[in-house]
Ligand binder design. Structure first.
Ligand SMILES: Nc1ncnc2c1ncn2[C@@H]1O[C@H](COP(=O)(O)OP(=O)(O)OP(=O)(O)O)[C@@H](O)[C@H]1O
Length: 287
């Protein structure tokens, strides 16, 4: 057994949340969340603004404590075994994590040091991580000269340099143009193919979730309201509509499933405020 292996970890799910609850004041941002991410899958956590996705992810990454319930990562309890969990994770947060005043290589090298990549392996691992996201040629340029898509790929390289078994990405393609979005997903897919790494991603893009995720969970008001492969969720809504005798012009999309699950709550929480927040975040990221 390696030092990073918990008893039974070979069979353990990549992530297992049971009854996870996290409150800000008297508001339960995460409210009894049960969630399982299987080893090797790309799992999409979807939900409107304020659903509790980022809070749940912060608990899984050990950035927030778990006040109620339990979170295990490859069998390790985040409460008791925080450092072991951190060694297994790569995390790309919503906020900018690259330093514009450093080159791409320096940014990735910084993460290699922080995440305990041994000195002997460091240079090689940094080069490999940059190559994996197609930044080999730009590695020695200042990150300040990178496009938004390149910055996101650089952040991906930062998270990959420690060879994580679980990569967690919080809205990885927000603010990117369609070509850059595809690039980010293709690089995630290629690394996963090569390493068998598990991927947990939050996104507001139903199209991307449909295309790139093996399974998705729709989260609303702190809990999972629907779970399955995108095809299962779409087919389930189609069947419910047929059973209810509803006319259907076209097969349901994942967006339709999302609206069906979140219902009127979407209008309360999303609407204009969501647009403003998203736009501001985007401007901060790519500006
Ligand atoms: N630091 C904080 N202090 C107080 N309330 C917070 C804090 N962070 C989040 N919340 C609240 O907790 C709830 C869940 O927020 P969270 O950011 O987890 O949602 P989310 O699903 O990730 O949303 P988004 O899609 O906008 O990122 C929201 O009601 C939010 O306002």
């Amino acid at each position: 057994m390696t030092p990073h292996t918990a008893p039974g970890a070979a069979r353990a799910d990549a992530v297992a949340c049971t009854g996870l609850t996290y409150a800000f004041g008297d508001h339960n941002a995460v409210d009894g969340l049960d969630l399982t991410v299987r080893q090797g899958e790309v799992f999409g956590l979807l939900g409107p603004n304020g659903a509790g996705k980022t809070t749940a992810i912060r608990c899984i990454t050990t950035l927030l404590p778990v006040p109620a319930g339990m979170v295990r990562v490859f069998g390790h309890d985040t409460a008791g075994d925080r450092m072991a969990v951190r060694r297994l994770l790569g995390y790309v947060p919503q906020q900018l994590s690259a330093d514009a005043g450093l080159t791409g290589r320096e940014n990735v090298a910084l993460f290699a040091r922080v995440f305990d990549v041994t000195r002997a392996e460091r240079a090689e691992r940094v080069t490999q991580a940059l190559a994996a996201v197609d930044l080999a040629d730009a590695a020695d340029r200042l990150a300040a000269t990178y496009s938004g898509g390149m910055v996101r790929r650089l952040e991906l390289a930062q998270a990959l340099v420690s060879a994580p078994r679980l990569l967690i990405l919080d809205e990885p393609t927000i603010g990117l143009d369609p070509i850059a979005r595809t690039g980010v997903w293709e690089h995630i897919g290629a690394v996963r193919e090569a390493t068998g790494m598990t991927v947990l991603v939050t996104t507001h893009s139903m199209d991307e979730a449909d295309q790139y995720c093996d399974r998705v969970a729709l989260m609303h008001r702190g809990r999972i309201r629907a779970l399955g492969t995108p095809a299962e969720l779409r087919a389930g809504l189609g069947a419910r509509r047929s059973a209810a005798g509803e006319a259907q012009d076209a097969p349901p999309t994942l967006e339709d499933v999302f609206r069906d699950v979140a219902g009127s709550g979407l209008d309360d929480e999303a609407g204009d405020f969501r647009d403003v927040r998203s736009t501001r975040r985007t401007a901060r990221r790519v500006g």
